[in-house]
Design a protein around this ligand. Structure first.
Ligand SMILES: [Zn+2]
Length: 104
């Protein structure tokens, strides 16, 4: 039997379990960070997520726009970003954003 363990897209953990099928794609749930992801999707790298996160924080992109670009649902993005907000030092984002605001 083939080992179908998938590493989590968010934290790279292998502590993942199958979590039902959605739109004919196997979903997985990460036991480490609780992230749900789909294995057969075009793999979206963490760096992409970071770019969307920065676009959201700095560029004030809406969830609608990022959802369209990323293919993630808005609720997925919101969950992911709230995780990143808890982890990331957002102060530097905020100060950068203020500067752009003043220059504009
Ligand atoms: Zn994870």
């Amino acid at each position: 039997m083939k080992n179908s363990k998938k590493s989590c897209l968010t934290c790279k953990s292998l502590q993942t379990i199958k979590w039902g099928i959605k739109k004919n794609k196997q979903r997985f749930k990460c036991k480490n960070c609780d992230e749900l992801f789909i294995s057969s999707n075009k793999s979206v790298s963490d760096s992409n997520k970071e770019i969307w996160f920065k676009n959201w924080i700095i560029g004030k992109d809406t969830f609608d726009k990022i959802s369209l670009e990323s293919g993630y649902s808005k609720s997925t993005l919101q969950r992911y970003f709230s995780k990143m907000l808890r982890k990331a030092p957002v102060l530097e984002f905020n100060s950068t954003y203020e500067i752009y605001l003043v220059l504009d």
